[in-house]
Design a protein around this ligand. Structure first.
Ligand SMILES: *Cc1c(COP(=O)(O)O)cnc(C)c1O
Length: 424
């Protein structure tokens, strides 16, 4: 039986040890957050008396689905919300955010995004990209305003204040995660400052795109004054177990409005067959704090290793983190391609597949991706995306368990080493 299953180069193994030894402090911070959040989630399960019958599903209209109702209550407690809707029937994070935006905004009203241009897939929803006439917020007479980030990638509170004083804003939109940009992600404390400013100057609803942020800190945006949050179950809060879905959580009357949009006005959240998905959504939520901790450790280790290989990692290995995304600037496209091919080799599924750069709809450059996940498109599982353009950065995220994801990271470096693209 072999010991070095993946034939990791000796020098790279030594560097890996060194990289790991630098992670002690960051890992111990992560452990503390994980422990706190794991207790918070366990407490929510026990307080809401989750029982075996909740794990079963319903069909048809799904009236009186007790598992669905319990899951909503457990999620509410975890997120500091008055109410929540957690459903497998949300097709994606974008769909979930769309339901929330259309649930909360009415013709003639204005929304203000304070975190610069939002995530790619949200732009056609708002109507700032794509084709008119497809039912964007713009088509429905909802006006969009945006304040730009400052030169450090931070929210420009002065600019936000100006807009809130000059315009009647119905909804302030905050994107917590950096997404696939190099700006820093937002802490819940920073979100709190934006919420406080908004409340001081207006009666606007504060909505947070919480994707990739759940359980990264011990508190969530609702604990810091946000009114409503939404996110995807194939990211953090699904714990790598939920097969699909999304959630909306926040103030009761706001969640109710979103529920009328999700199903139908007058019907709301009391329907929707769960078809046996509740067990996985509950189990995923239960595991989420631990899995997010593993993903964070993976990101920290990757930053530490690649910084030793003299590349720029953002965030740096010992920096505070407010989402699970890690970017590494690799300086040319050959390295990006090798990185993704190596990472793919460290995946449990499709390890034998060789990623190729391709023209992705909506992107001006070719993009290469690595993903070998149990759930298609899941980015709480180890995965990477890299547009082949300046600054030749790869964005990686996820890792269901650190020990396995660490091999994925090492194989990304090994592939570059093999092709003579780095020296150790
Ligand atoms: C993932 C993500 C979304 C939603 O994306 P889907 O691919 O539709 O699930 C929205 N905003 C941010 C910041 C995200 O990371």
């Amino acid at each position: 039986m072999k010991d070095n299953f993946f034939n990791i180069d000796n020098k790279l193994s030594e560097l890996s040890e060194k990289a790991l030894s630098r992670c002690t402090e960051a890992f111990s911070r992560i452990e503390k957050i994980t422990e706190h959040n794991q207790q918070k989630v366990l407490y929510a399960f026990s307080e809401n008396r989750v029982c075996e019958a909740d794990l079963l599903g319903t069909t048809g209209y799904g009236y009186g689905d007790r598992g669905r109702e319990t899951l909503d209550k457990v999620a509410s407690m975890c997120f500091g919300a008055e109410d929540a809707i957690v459903r497998h029937s949300f097709a994606s994070g974008t769909h979930t955010l769309t339901v929330a935006l259309f649930g909360l905004l009415r013709p003639g009203e204005k929304m203000l995004c304070v975190t610069g241009t939002p995530y790619d897939t949200i732009r056609p929803v708002i109507g700032i990209k794509g084709v008119d006439g497809r039912g964007s917020l713009k088509d429905f007479g909802i006006t969009y305003l945006q304040t730009e980030l400052d030169e450090n990638g931070r929210v420009d509170l002065e600019a936000v204040e100006k807009v809130l004083k000059a315009e009647k804003i119905k909804l302030v939109y905050i994107q917590r995660s950096r997404g696939y940009t190099l700006r820093p992600s937002l802490s819940v404390e920073e979100i709190g400052a934006i919420a406080a400013l908004t409340k001081r100057l207006s009666d606007a609803v504060v909505m947070v795109d919480n994707c990739y942020g759940e359980f990264v800190q011990t508190k969530e945006p609702l604990d810091f004054g946000a009114d409503i949050i939404a996110g995807s179950l194939i990211k953090n809060p699904g714990g790598g177990i939920a097969k699909c879905g999304g959630y909306i959580a926040g103030k009761k009357e706001l969640v109710e409005l979103c529920a009328y949009r999700m199903t139908a006005p007058g019907i709301g959240k009391e329907v929707g067959a769960t078809l046996g998905n509740t067990r996985e959504m509950l189990m995923g939520l239960f595991h989420a704090p631990h899995v997010v901790g593993e993903a964070l450790k993976t990101a920290v280790f990757a930053a530490s290793l690649y910084e030793l290989l003299v590349f720029d990692a953002s965030p740096s290995y010992n920096e505070d983190r407010f989402d699970i995304i890690q970017s590494v600037s690799l300086k040319n496209s050959d390295r990006l391609i090798a990185f993704c091919r190596g990472l793919q080799k460290g995946s449990p599924i499709d390890s034998f597949v060789v990623p190729e750069p391709w023209d992705m709809p909506g992107y001006d450059n070719k993009v290469i991706m690595a993903a070998g996940a149990f759930t298609s498109g899941s980015s709480i599982e180890l995965s990477a995306d890299a547009p082949l353009r300046e600054p030749y950065a790869v964005w990686l995220q996820g890792g269901l368990n650190f020990h396995s994801a660490k091999i994925g990271i090492l194989l990304s470096a090994q592939e570059m080493l093999k092709e003579g693209l780095i020296t150790v």
